[in-house]
Design a protein around this ligand. Structure first.
Ligand code: GDP
Ligand code: MG
Length: 180
């Protein structure tokens, strides 16, 4: 989505990005790390659907990402179509220390396909890579699933910040190149 601006460089972009994946994989912390540089050891169930906006500059233009986080409804497999509506990017997150969350990725991709009516920039994210000692899904497995499904791939840590900005920025740049 783009609209002309009255002043400045002329164009302004606003992209909706959704974060999906099983409960407790670190979705909310990835967003708070990216948008506010904050991490919380104790997850709080948020009430209502929430998003945060973060801007970056590409080609001298201001690009705003409106990033949506679930309010914990993924626990009940009840993420609504309103959540996905208008999204042009998605992060599909699993926890590298819990294989069941990796096994769920296919289901999340199906859900994404059901609800999307446009080209989406999609990235598979293996979060909690700081917990190498209790890793349950190898980097190779993540990579090959991403390749098979045509997704970007990155391992991240919302705890120590590894690759968090990179992951979001890559998705935002990809969306930008899809529309510009
Ligand atoms: P969500 O349910 O997917 O939104 O997950 P949360 O962001 O609420 O995180 C669930 C739990 O995992 C919380 O206790 C977080 O502190 C923890 N967590 C999230 N990201 C990381 C990470 O990168 N590394 C580690 N070690 N813990 C994390
Ligand atoms: Mg959450």
């Amino acid at each position: 989505m783009s609209s002309s601006d009255e002043e400045g460089s002329g164009e302004e972009y606003l992209f909706k990005i959704v974060i999906i994946g099983d409960s407790a994989v670190g979705k909310s912390n990835l967003l708070s790390r990216y948008a506010r540089n904050e991490f919380s050891a104790h997850s709080k169930a948020t009430i209502g659907v929430e998003f945060q906006t973060q801007s970056m500059e590409i080609d001298g233009k201001e690009v705003k990402a409106q990033i949506w986080d679930t309010a914990g409804q993924e626990r009940f497999r009840a993420v609504t179509s309103a959540y996905y509506r208008g999204a042009v990017g998605a992060l599909i997150v699993y926890d590298i220390t819990r294989r069941t969350t990796f096994d769920s990725v296919g289901r999340w991709l199906d859900e994404l396909k059901t609800h999307s009516d446009t080209t989406m920039a999609r990235m598979l994210v293996g979060n909690k890579c700081d917990l190498e000692n209790i890793r349950d899904v190898s980097v190779e497995e993540g990579k090959s699933l991403a390749e098979a499904e045509g997704l970007f791939f990155m391992e991240t840590s919302a705890l120590d910040s590894t690759n968090v900005n990179k992951a979001f920025e890559l998705v935002i740049r990809e969306i930008y190149s899809n529309v510009s």
